[in-house]
Design a protein. Sequence first.
Length: 680
Amino acid sequence: MKSRWSDADARALAGLDLLVYASRLIGAETSLVVWGGGNTSIKVAERDHRGRQIPVLRVKGSGSDLKSVQKKDFPGVRMEDILALLDREDMGDEEMVAYLAHALQDVGGARPSIETLLHGFLPAEAVIHTHADAIVSLTNNDRAREVIAGVYGRSVRPLAYRRPGFRISRDVADTIRANPDAKALILEKHGTIAWGRTVREAYEATIELITPAEEAIAERKKGRKVFGGARVPALPAGERRRVAVAVAPRLRGLLGRSILAFDDGDEVLEFVSSAEAGALSQIGPATPDHTIYSKRLPCYVPADDPERLVPVIASAVERFVADYTAYFTGHAPPGLTLTDPMPRVVLVPGLGMFTAGKDKRTAGIVDDIYRHTIAVLGNASAFGRYVSLSARDAFDVEYWPLELYKLTLAPPEKELARRVALVTGGASGIGRATAARLAREGAHVVVGDLDAAGARKVADEIVSASGAGRALGVRMDVASEGSVEQAFEAAVLAYGGLDILVSNAGIAHGAAVNRMELADWERSFAVNATGHFLVARAALRLFKSQGRGGATVFVATKNVMSPGKDFAAYSASKAAEAQLAKVVAIEGGPVGIRSNIVNPDAVFQDSKLWSEEIRRERAAAQGIGVDQLEDYYRKRNLLEAPILPEDVAEAILFLASDRSSKTTGCTVTVDGGLRDAFPR
Ligand code: ZN
């Protein structure tokens, strides 16, 4: 492993600033730590609340991630209080947390890491703890002690596995006292501890610890067949995509509401298709804190034929749930109830890996973690039989009261969390406002539009407001069967399925019937009628394969109830849309698929439908000037209110969400009140 240390970057830094710098270097190396794993510290002199100069440990707080860690993420803990605990033999987690809360320099700041005492008990000025893949590869096999001694001699001391907490810190202190010459410690089935008199020394000691392990792994793997070679051939890339698109919604239906990610990268494919994957994947995690994201084990699907996957996946998930429930009831203390027995990682031979999370980001973290697990499984197996934490130890970390407590502090999930919505015509006007509104309530949104750049721009706006992965912009011509299929495939590959369809894309054409061209009539029907049919059909198929209902909202128009002069193509094609929506309600009802209609009137703002030509034509049809048009529409409604995209989006949110769970086949007007257009 190469040192990333740069004198140019580090020269001006000192103290905690320098530790932040080194911590980010550690975090940037994902084979050292992933997603919140690992921690770093320094011992400094600071003034306490009484103005006395005292020794203080600045240690990474729990909940922050090393690669983006900041100064504020390092609470200060008074060393005098830490060292007072050296006399103790044991201490419970809760007692330790409460004790440390009294030893903090800053009131109300971040909570110090659960591994705080491990840092504090070490006499060195700077300490770095990682979960390095290369090191756990040496320790997670049945020859660990022999392998470690072979690589490091006596300069690096191994410690038997212990759950993070007081006792492991005690072990660290005792080992250092007994081995004052030790240069580093290896925590079996967990990671590394290295230190130095300066931050740089601790950083370089960590890198130097990893390098011989990497070399030993490379040497050991030479000429060896990884994972026993292939058991089933990997499908070709195009086929994998097709099968993944067919399988993902079924899997999502089995797993319950979650966001799925699909990964068929080379390393993943090699592992899942291998002879040993079935047995190897069922042994346990590489390092304890992975269980919090990925659970102890993945769901391995013993499939031979990727074309007949669905029943095999279903029985594999069923078995996982039974096994997981037994694991839970076998280890849970009284009073703890099982809330989620579903797998987070599903391995499919020949195809790839699905990972599940509450959002796209979490599904991505799980994917990342399992990719590291695959690397460790392969490397550790080169030395001997892969071993991991016992089920008991894994359970104790997965259901650690301190972690569960942390979860209770997280904000409650939003109304549309874990749901996926697709909005057609999403690049502007009502579609754009709706995409943003649904995203604000927690939905992941696929923004479809003929204007691909516009769709991507709206998706980017959602991502910057709501977070990475929360939206996807795709080109979508609703009048083209192929384009609609592609957009739905993109949605499935990105998120695993769909829960909400907002069928909104539409065009307007104005002409008197006797002057209308056939092509204009047909174009109106292609978009305003056939377009809704194509997206509704694709959504219904997807909803049915998930088997968890669904919500469709059709954006129609007040013209359905009250058609306008010189507007036959628009009014007639939108009436077809409304009839379609009602039939979807009739057909979808028995399987929980709802279908409702919103009838807006004249939404001008940000609208592509109201082109200059349509404005001129509608003004002429009403016998008014173009500049009077918006005012005319406003004044004709009972509330004399202009209708904004956000007003329509609000009605769509109601119909798309469980707020309207008992409503289907309904038309909601958003027109300021038009007597002619009252639904009846
Ligand atoms: Zn750790």
